[in-house]
Write a protein that binds this ligand. Structure first.
Ligand code: NAG
Ligand code: NAG
Ligand code: NAG
Length: 439
């Protein structure tokens, strides 16, 4: 017994140093391994030369700030797959500089009202690529079935909206393009009487006067959600009286809002190509138009032909947003349809951008597959132009703090606020007129 205990102790004494040594050894080996596998970040060259660029010009293009072209085919999600093919086909390096198309009237992509676009009907082709298509919410199913359709007939047009009958008249400073629905007569009228008045509008604090135009973007009344009174005749009356309604032949649903962007850009290139700025927003927001004109004039005078103007888009900028994966929400996007984070985008309640940018958006959007959420889609187009939207704290798409909403002075720094009923628009308009100068 005694011998055994003794040898056990001896064994312990002998083995302990080895156990400690082995820990040390493991530590040293791991350290060496880490040190060996450390590779310093490769230094990107400051300039990037596309193959084929002439070598003796001495002018080099700046290196892109981030990877802008995904080389891997993203498996699974339908939109990513469709877009991957488009990105490849229209890669600006492989295809050269094609973000500018000449005269829109000679552009075969633009469909005149007279000949109309070819009829496009729902197609189950993409749906067959989605294993969970049958369990998707109806709005998603409808979207997938008709996401290949991008051209719809213009039912109500306003060809003279921008310059009147006189084609040589100077283009207005600002065009306010407002997403509306057939039934929202009251919103449209309140906007016309307040912040969306067409005609000469003065900058805040007694500044310059500028020509402003307002136009409402409508689809067809969505009659699939239940019986609806037919408001067609009333809309005809309204549009012939005010001449500020554009209506296209597609169902006016939330997931079809992106169509309003791309169809509006087409219309713009045809009927208002020289507009300086565009406001695009909802019909339940309130805009301080005078203050907005002040901002536009101050930063980017009408004659400012700087490069900056081609990149100009301001709004309430949202970064690193993920698609909603909650099946019962309005914004739900299944993972089988879209994978990944959304690009930086400006909230759809209201954004302002330059006419020069609108022309580029129109071209690049032809290479971006339709996406059901319109402000995200705009972000996707901007991303492909290499443009980041600028945030402006005056765009309050989530409203003022509740306690401040009733105080006119709280609106001093506001450019846009969501959301206001027609009645509230009228009250606020009157109050701000009277009390803002006193703040
Ligand atoms: C690319 O197109 C833009 C827009 O028309 C133009 O300003 C620019 O000069 C073009 N660049 C080249 C290298 O052709
Ligand atoms: C969009 O409009 C088209 C044409 O009216 C329609 O077929 C489609 O179902 C609509 N999509 C959605 C998501 O409502
Ligand atoms: C043109 O726009 C740029 C960028 O916003 C601005 O810095 C510059 O002062 C403007 N120039 C004029 C003459 O307004």
């Amino acid at each position: 017994m005694a011998r055994c205990r003794c040898s056990g102790r001896a064994l312990c004494l002998c083995v302990l140093p080895f156990v400690m040594m082995s820990h040390l050894l493991v530590y040293i080996m791991v350290s060496i391994f880490v040190a060996m596998s450390y590779v310093p970040e490769p230094q990107l060259p400051l300039h990037f030369v596309a193959s084929g660029a002439s070598s003796n010009s001495g002018v080099l293009a700046p290196h892109p700030l981030a990877t802008f072209w995904n080389l891997r085919l993203v498996d699974g999600a339908l939109w990513n797959r469709l877009q991957h093919l488009q990105d490849r086909q229209h890669n600006p390096i492989l295809r050269g500089n094609r973000t500018e198309i000449g005269d829109p009237s000679t552009d075969p992509n633009y469909m005149h009202q007279a000949d109309g676009p070819p009829p496009c009907s729902p197609d189950p082709l993409w749906a067959s690529q989605l294993p969970d298509f049958n369990t998707m919410p109806e709005q998603m199913q409808d979207f997938v079935l008709s996401m290949h359709c991008r051209r719809y007939t213009l039912l109500i047009d306003q060809p003279d909206l921008c310059t009147g009958q006189d084609a040589d008249a100077e283009a207005p400073m600002l065009l306010m393009a407002i997403k509306s629905q057939v039934g929202s007569f009251e919103n449209r009228q309140a906007i016309r009487e307040t912040w969306g008045r067409s005609g000469l509008v003065q900058e805040e604090a007694g500044g310059k006067w500028w020509q402003v135009r307002t136009v409402f973007l409508l689809g067809r009344q969505d009659i699939t959600t239940g019986p609806h009174p037919d408001l067609g005749a009333l809309l005809q009356l309204e549009s012939s009286h005010h001449k500020d309604v554009l209506q296209w032949d597609f169902r006016d649903t939330f997931f079809n809002l992106t169509l309003k962007d791309i169809l509006f850009w087409d219309w713009l290139s045809m009927h208002c190509p020289h507009i300086h700025f565009i406001f695009k927003g909802d019909d339940d927001v309130f805009v301080r138009t005078g203050a907005l004109l002040g901002l536009l004039n101050e930063h980017l005078g009408v004659n400012n032909d700087s490069k900056e103007i081609e990149h100009f888009l301001v709004g309430d900028v949202i970064t690193n947003a993920w698609p909603s994966h909650q099946p019962h929400t309005k914004y739900y996007i299944p993972e089988s349809f879209y994978k990944g984070v959304y690009p930086t985008y400006a909230g759809g309640g209201g954004v302002v951008y330059s006419g020069a940018l609108a022309r580029r958006l129109r071209v690049v959007s032809q290479w971006v597959s339709l996406f059901p959420i319109d402000d995200v889609y705009l972000g996707m187009c901007l991303h492909r132009l290499g443009i980041s939207p600028s945030h402006h704290p005056g765009f309050l798409t989530f409203d003022l703090p509740e306690a401040e909403r009733g105080k006119p002075c709280a609106y001093r720094r506001v450019l846009l606020v969501h959301k206001r009923s027609p009645k509230e628009m009228l009250t606020l308009w009157r109050e701000l007129k009277a009390s803002l100068p006193a703040c």
